[in-house]
Design a protein around this ligand. Sequence first.
Ligand code: R5P
Length: 299
Amino acid sequence: MSPLIFNLDSDPSLFDQLAQLLGAERGALEQRRFPDDENYLRLHSHCQQRDTIIFCNLYRPDDKILRLIFLADALREQGAARILLVTPYLPYMRQDKAFNPGECISSRPFAKLLSATVDGLITIDPHLHRYRSLAEIYTLRSQVVAAAPLIAHWIANHICEPLLIGPDSESAQWVSEVAQLAQAPFEILRKTRLGDRQVEISPLSQPTSPTTTPILIDDIISSGHTMLETLQRLPAGLQQPVCIGVHGIFSGDAYHQLSQHARVITSDCIPHPSNQIETAPLLANAVRTWLDEGSHASA
Ligand code: R5P
């Protein structure tokens, strides 16, 4: 039987691509608010013994998480076999330690909550910095999709003489892989975070020429200050810089500010006018693998 896929409050275009690539049946979901603003949710699809995929992209997660819990619960009540969450962006990964006494290490309770809600999780390049893998905090079966091959492909097709730049030590994992795939030189800078919107970045030391295009690569662009500071550390006289983010959150006027200094490119993990890198085929492959592995395990 084909899997059932639900779109919970997420990008209809990426949802359609996924559903089509997977040959999945689109689940019918009724949602509304009660007069007191609480959520009402009702399933109109037959889910008995069926593998079910919830496409719920959890950027700005606080708005969505409760409905995700309600939907997963309703699916279990109706007898769904396994429930897989596909969220291209996995939130709350950046608070991976207590930076100040008394702080909640929110990545951990969030991981516990999701692990208790669904059976599996597929996401793209989660922010793995102090955790080496999702398995350190998630107890469900998770699979990470890497955007590096897609970014390398974009660079190879669009830029003649790229110099890849990672703004901080954690970006080394992505930037070095993209550099290897795109056969381009790279440098990782050092970042000191002074506040939510204040960072210091070390200067570039690699030799450059007027034909060099600096390409800044990071997993997340949130306030945009990491990218903006890095742009300011570039020597004058290079080609127009390119900023590539896997997850373009762009809080406030981040996109406007950045695009005054650079060409800004993102993957379609989070819908935005800067999207130029399509993730649906890789996500669909990961879902197929998850569904196959589970069916062998239970065979
Ligand atoms: C954290 O270190 C991430 O890899 C990004 O560098 C960070 O999230 C970017 O945030 P912002 O755009 O607010 O500087």
